[in-house]
Design a protein. Structure first.
Length: 194
């Protein structure tokens, strides 16, 4: 079973334009939903990894978020993912990251104390508002879209592997199979060499 296509050959990842539409729709939603959706889109993290995030794992000075890789077979496997400064500022403003630094009881609390079902529903609502439909209109579709978009942007595959928390490079390489607009953009870069 492919990570990027379902059993009938439908794409399971968001394109760049779909991700942009999703982020525009999320920008119109309540602050906590907006920050959750933005973090999913910009980090490539799994929904459970974002839901387990505390303010102590948001490193404003270094410009990254540290996720525990929850799909690993043992606990305590962490990875840092760099984020845009404006997203970090939004996380700080919405979740009071800076204000919780001196208070362990605040820095250890979940940023989104939601169930997976609530988180899933909020992402699906943003997808509907963005008119993104199909198998890609899921939190996992954001993760897949992050990987495809990062590779398309020329990010080295070893960095994409680390950001996604993949144990093996072969798992990340699957995202290089993207077709459609993404494949065309890659081909156009090649055609310019003629």
């Amino acid at each position: 079973m492919s990570l990027i296509y379902d059993r009938t050959g439908n794409r399971k990842y968001l394109t760049i334009s779909e991700r942009s539409a999703f982020l525009r729709a999320a920008a119109e939603m309540p602050a906590e939903t907006r920050s959750f959706c933005m973090l999913l889109a910009y980090s490539g993290a799994r929904i459970s990894e974002v839901l387990s995030l505390t303010s102590s794992r948001v490193d404003l000075a270094a410009g990254l978020v540290v996720f525990e890789s929850l799909k690993k077979r043992r606990a305590g496997m962490y990875r840092g993912v760099p984020l845009p400064r404006d997203l970090l500022a939004a996380l700080d403003q919405i979740h009071n990251i800076s204000g919780s630094r001196g208070a362990p009881e605040l820095s250890s609390g979940l940023l989104w104390p939601w169930s997976r079902t609530t988180a899933w529903t909020r992402v699906k609502d943003a997808m509907a508002r963005a008119a993104v439909i199909g198998p890609q209109a899921t939190p996992k579709g954001l993760r897949h879209g992050f990987a495809v978009g990062a590779l398309q942007a020329g990010i080295p595959i070893n960095l994409v592997r680390r950001w996604l928390g993949h144990a093996r490079l072969s798992t990340t390489e699957i995202y290089a199979e993207a077709i459609g607009d993404e494949e065309r953009a890659i081909a156009e870069r090649f055609w310019k060499t003629f």
